[in-house]
Design a protein around this ligand. Structure first.
Ligand code: FAD
Length: 383
């Protein structure tokens, strides 16, 4: 793998960095306190092509390779994970999955709007009673003539109250477990679909996380994404790439933690000199720096494999597992460098730690990533 970025990749990273420094980072703390990012940021992300990266140009995307995608995701995550998550879900989990599995009609209907930011997508897999064991989901879609009628509920859905379309996973067959699950594209204004915002999150407070309830929601059979009974494969293919995006967001958090720790250590004085002169403070900073580099290299490896059409799922789990745990460590170490000031929201370390904490939970917890990696290495499934 060539670690030197191409001119196009450097240009897109510069664009994302400048945008983040101008339009996101200065407002991140305010959006966190207000429990909502400014929705205008979505259209700006669309205008810059960040909501259509890697989607083919003929469907309104900006083309681009997956390394460019992780570069942009890292920069957004460095500024505010709440904004980064909007892109990771609407583009990474929804638009890219429509591009991969959709019919021509589905692609024409949704991709141009999702790529421009005119519409947002959300990913409806988790339910109140099923998280890690997604194959046991209970939301049902019952065939009635040319339509399916959906009943059930979904929990913790990122972009849930903002989204225009939900990529929904529901049980259409009688087979147990992951067989018998199908995927659907459901407009969120369909009668019978209600949404309730989940409040009181530890982090990602600027992001709209919701519970979705489906009470006899009628969707046309043509809204099914991918073949009947293949919904679990659709979900797993989305998450395999999604984990690369989470990993890239974690690199952004860890980089922001490094920036904050270095800057604070240079100006804070104790024992008559800047704390950067104390070796144990340097140790904290060195540990963050190693985590940033290792997480970034693992993430770039996944992007490189995807772009070369190679298998990447285990490497994506590896990157997600390491980068998410590294982001938590890095943010905690940065907080330590700030001493007591790290504990108040005047400085960014506390928010970085709160935002990082969910990364080891969603899109498969750290334990689930270990089981996936263990299964790949041993050939034995512990599920
Ligand atoms: P559980 O599955 O109940 O797990 C609880 C604990 O048990 C964890 O530590 C887990 O690792 C452990 N555990 C479970 N099974 C095993 C096992 N076999 N071996 C060892 N340990 C195990 N979901 C969506 O569908 N779409 C979204 O957009 C979305 N966004 C989210 C946003 C936020 C802010 C949050 C908090 C969650 C979001 N989720 C979303 C849900 C998320 O993916 C789940 O929370 C996650 O998969 C874990 O499921 P759970 O919370 O039910 O935990």
């Amino acid at each position: 793998m060539n670690l030197e970025l191409s001119e196009e990749q450097e240009a897109v990273r510069r664009l994302a960095r400048e945008f983040t420094e101008r339009e996101i980072a200065p407002y991140a703390a305010e959006w966190d306190r207000a429990e909502s990012v400014d929705r205008a940021v979505v259209r700006k992300l669309g205008d810059l092509g960040f909501l259509g990266l890697t989607v083919p140009e003929e469907y309104g995307g900006s083309g681009g390779d997956h390394l460019a995608y992780v570069l942009v995701t890292e920069e957004l995550g460095r500024g505010d994970s709440a904004v980064r998550g909007i892109v990771s879900v609407s583009l990474g989990l929804v638009a890219k999955t429509i591009a991969a599995w959709g019919t021509e009609e589905q692609k024409r209907e949704w991709l141009p709007r999702l790529c421009s930011g005119e519409a947002l997508g959300c990913f409806g897999l988790t339910e109140p009673g099923t998280g890690s064991d997604a194959g046991s989901l209970t939301t049902r879609a019952v065939r009635e003539g040319d339509a399916y009628v959906v009943s059930g509920s979904k929990m913790f859905i990122t972009n849930g109250t903002w989204a225009d379309v939900v990529l929904l996973f529901a049980r259409t067959g009688e087979e147990p477990g992951h067989r018998g699950i199908s995927a659907f594209l459901v407009p969120t204004d369909t009668p019978g679909l209600t949404r309730r915002e989940v409040h009181g999150k530890l982090g990602l407070r600027g992001q709209a996380t919701a519970e979705l309830a489906f009470d006899g929601v009628e969707v046309p059979a043509s809204a099914m994404l991918g073949p009947a009974g293949k919904g679990f494969s659709v979900a797993m293919s989305a998450l395999a790439k999604g984990r690369m995006s989470v990993a890239a967001g974690c690199v952004g958090i860890a980089q922001a933690a490094l920036d904050a720790a270095v800057s604070y250590a240079a100006q804070r004085e104790q024992f008559g000199k800047p704390i950067a002169h104390h070796q144990l403070v340097q140790e904290l900073i060195a540990d963050i720096s190693v985590d940033v580099d290792a997480a970034r290299l693992l993430t770039w490896r996944v992007a490189d494999l995807v772009d070369r059409g190679q298998p990447f799922a285990t490497e994506s789990s590896t990157a997600k597992l390491f980068a998410s745990e590294a982001a938590v460590r890095a943010a905690s170490n940065a907080l330590q460098v700030h001493g007591g000031y790290g504990y108040i929201d005047e400085y960014p370390a506390g928010k970085l730690l709160r935002d990082a904490r969910v990364m080891t939970l969603y899109e498969g917890t750290s334990q689930i990533q270990k089981l996936l990696i263990g299964r790949a290495r041993t050939g034995v499934s512990a599920f």
